[in-house]
Design a protein around this ligand. Sequence first.
Ligand SMILES: Nc1ncnc2c1ncn2[C@@H]1O[C@H](COP(=O)(O)OP(=O)(O)OP(=O)(O)O)[C@@H](O)[C@H]1O
Length: 189
Amino acid sequence: MDVKHDSVKRILLFSGKRKSGKDYITDKLLIKLGIENAEIIRISEPIKSFWAKEKSLDLKQLLSDGAYKEKYRKEMIIWSDEMRAKDYGVFCREASKSVSKETVIVSDIRRKTDIKWFCETFGTKVKLIRIKCQDCVRENRGWNFESGVDDIQSECDLDDWNEWDLLIENDGLRDIESILHEICSKFVS
Ligand SMILES: Nc1ncnc2c1ncn2[C@@H]1O[C@H](COP(=O)(O)OP(=O)(O)OP(=O)(O)O)[C@@H](O)[C@H]1O
């Protein structure tokens, strides 16, 4: 294990369906904790950078939330599944290779094998958080069901996972400050 991992006290893995609010909540959590104490990593980042290089695409546009990302989403899922079939930890390892802050936030856990890799690597430092949100609220946030994206493993593999350390309802009824307070009081002390 990389020696820098020693400074990590906790690693918070966030999972949730598209438009459930993973980025929204983890971005606010980072601000609350401060960038000297915490950092966000995304498993999708090495996927996008490998893929952009391979296909000579603009990485910045791929990382931003727009039409460009949607255009390549399906192809990226297929390609990354092929990579994962050879080595399930390939993207988790790459995303976490330089972590150094005491709280590491992973904002896009999607598979049981992601959880497996982080638990094998970080042991009891790992905490699992699932963001829940009704479909009608996700639709109001711009989500539309897309066959080949919303009904495949990358979106559904954790639907039947029951061992969350914390479940968060993010339907817009609950104040973000109270959500952040619950996360911090449970895991960051
Ligand atoms: N509690 C909230 N209060 C206000 N706006 C919210 C809240 N949660 C999410 N949103 C808004 O909903 C939209 C979708 O949220 P976000 O991008 O965080 O979802 P996501 O789970 O990261 O989606 P994806 O998997 O597609 O990247 C964003 O515009 C975000 O600002």
